[in-house]
Design a protein around this ligand. Structure first.
Ligand code: NAI
Length: 334
């Protein structure tokens, strides 16, 4: 059972003032995500960077009367360095989204270099920040960031996260539709990675263990490929942006709560994980307790059904390849 948002105990030394930087802030995800971060009271400095319109989005959001300053930057005048300077949390939704018929992996060629370059800047200007990667394919972009940070000598595996929260949100929503319940009360751990068959919802760990097989299979498929519904519905104009912004803001909020010393903050995330390292899977998503240093504890998967175990095995095979692709990209294009 996830204990997220349970009773919280505050550490007496915890800070509650943080600088959050959003890279790709003027995009479909970036704008609503920046808006939601402006509404988070732990954020006292919000720094918005994009190749275009960074200052415009920042000026717009800055009129909202919460207790934070908002500054926008573009690539001119060393804008990226200024946007990142001293950040506690860096959110990266920069890059191109999918069009109908594309997989997340099809985005690799464009997004790999964007994420690599932003990670280099983060290494130089905010080496202690928690870095939250949204840009797809997450299974490969997270290893890209790790390799860049390692090369720069500032890699902290406790502070690098692939944002898979949208899969968790979709699981709650889609399960509630099948079970005819309130989605607010449906909490589904989602493990593995963030693309198609690497997305493994653990329905057996909810109150709906005994769904008819057909219903279960359809539900799992919908969770794994829910992103395609949005890509198709938008007809070529992009992928999930608003639900993704909510997912990103929820995950960033949880990271901030952890940094602030709150207890029992648990979310699923794609992290440098010991769970299957011996099998060559360097990164894996599972429940993670967040703390003052980032990752505090990585949880095992718990009891799995045979079907779940099989999905995890399939996910591992794909993840090994996706991760290797990211690592090789940085080796070949440092
Ligand atoms: P978008 O095209 O609307 O916005 C991307 C923004 O990034 C644009 O404003 C663009 O100017 C900016 N950008 C591009 N290169 C940049 C650079 N080098 N530095 C700073 N900014 C740069 O795309 P959208 O819909 O916001 O999606 C962004 C990414 O998020 C895509 O890769 C998409 O696949 C991914 N995504 C991830 C999800 C997840 O669950 N992790 C869910 C949905 C999308």
């Amino acid at each position: 059972m996830l204990t997220k948002f349970a009773t919280r105990h505050f550490s007496s030394t915890a800070s509650t003032a943080y600088k959050v930087s959003v890279l790709g802030a003027a995009g479909g995800i970036g704008q609503p995500l920046s808006l939601l971060m402006k509404l988070n009271h732990k954020v006292t400095q919000l720094s918005l960077y994009d190749l275009r319109l960074g200052a415009g989005v920042a000026t717009d959001i800055s009129h909202i009367p919460t207790n934070s300053t908002v500054t926008g930057f573009g690539p001119e005048d060393n804008g990226l360095a200024k946007a990142l300077d001293g950040a506690d949390v860096v959110l990266i939704p920069a890059g191109v989204p999918r069009k109908p018929g594309m997989t997340r992996d099809d985005l690799f060629n464009t997004n790999a270099s964007i994420v690599r370059d932003l990670a280099k800047a983060a290494a130089d200007h905010s080496p202690n920040a928690a870095i939250l990667v949204i840009s797809n394919p997450v299974n490969s972009t997270v290893p890209i960031v790790a390799e860049v940070l390692k090369a720069k000598g500032v890699y902290n595996p406790k502070k690098l996260f692939g944002v898979t929260t949208l899969d968790v949100l979709r699981s709650s929503r889609f399960l509630s539709e099948v079970a005819k319940t309130n989605p607010v009360h449906e909490i589904v751990p989602v493990v593995g990675g963030h693309s198609g068959i690497t997305i493994v919802p653990l329905i057996s760990q909810t109150n709906h263990k005994n769904l008819p097989k057909e219903t279960y299979d359809a539900l799992v498929h919908r969770i794994q490929f829910g992103g395609d519904e949005v890509v198709q519905a938008k007809g070529g104009a992009g992928s999930a942006t608003l639900s993704m912004a909510q997912a990103g803001a929820r995950f960033a909020g949880a990271v901030l709560n952890g940094l602030a010393g709150e207890q029992d903050i648990v979310e699923c995330s794609f992290v440098d994980s010991p769970l299957y390292k011996s099998e060559g899977v360097e990164f894996f998503s599972s429940k993670v307790t967040l703390g003052v240093d980032g990752v505090k504890q990585i949880h095992g998967l718990g009891n799995l059904t045979n079907a779940e175990e099989e999905m995890v095995n399939t996910a591992k095979e794909t993840l090994i390849k996706n991760i290797e692709k990211g690592v090789n990209f940085v080796k070949q294009n440092p």
